[in-house]
Design a protein around this ligand. Sequence first.
Ligand code: BJW
Ligand code: ZN
Length: 238
Amino acid sequence: MADIEQVREWIAGAAGVAVLTGAGISAESGVPTFRGAGGLWNNYKAEELATPEAFARDPRLVWEWYNWRREAIAKVLPNPAHKALVRLEIDKRIFTLITQNVDGLHDRAGSGKILKLHGDIWRLRCLECGANWPDRRAPLPKLPPHCQCGGVARPNVVWFGEPLPDGMMKEAEHAVESAQVFLVIGTSANVFPAAGLIPYARHAGAKVVEINTDETPYTNLADCSLRGPAGQILPQLI
Ligand code: BJW
Ligand code: ZN
């Protein structure tokens, strides 16, 4: 298995780099991950909150969970891992940041183009007219929030059983095909179709580098798996 020095050389020599991030990249900022120790879903059941059925049943309960998360995220800052990816974007001719995160910390760090596979917690969407708008208030004063048209609004995120934003997986696959190195950072790689990008990258011929505090189902498939906190490892690579 390659080591950190080897990965640094792969990155330095690559014209194209693609990156997939998950909740683990924001852990050192103080945002709880979904799974594992301290994960959000040890206390809340996913199927009770992150599904369209849950929202239809009890929009207020689902919104209370999102309001609590918005407040928590509003208080934290991007960490050295988010910032290292901004430097990498500046360095590389071909670069794509693909994230499963809805927290907006990549934007706040200064990343340019971001493929947000699971949407954005800082945007709302109307269930009636489909309008979609930014709202950074944390907490939102009145739950559930409403659209100008009078319809109930939901968080503009992707719940289980819902399709990803139109065309975005195609764009992500294309980015992976254009990359010589694919960095997979802080994701448990349990959720599809995002996790499918990892074997896809391998088949497309990219070097797959995993950065995670723990093993994942793709650790053995990776060309290199660097074990440790992203906020410490990424600044050593970039
Ligand atoms: C650190 C660290 C540090 C900690 N440094 N590392 C194929 C097979 C089986 C099932 C499916 C399949 N295809 C689709 C499905 C169904 C389903 C699915 O994947 N289910 C699985 C759970 C089995 N997928 C879907 O439903 C998706 N939609 C879909 O497929 O639609 C098809 C369709 C087409 C046409 C019409 C209709 C439908 C949608 C998935 C949406 C996921 N949504 C969520 C919520 C978003 C909103 C919100 O935030 O509230 O997205 S779920 C949640 O999981 C969130 C995350 O983005 C996602 C991934 O989690 P992530 O990022 O990996 O976090 P964790 O917590 O799991 O892992 C953290 C990692 O970090 C760990 O490994 C730690 O070790 C590590 N770590 N500290 C480095 N400092
Ligand atoms: Zn509306």
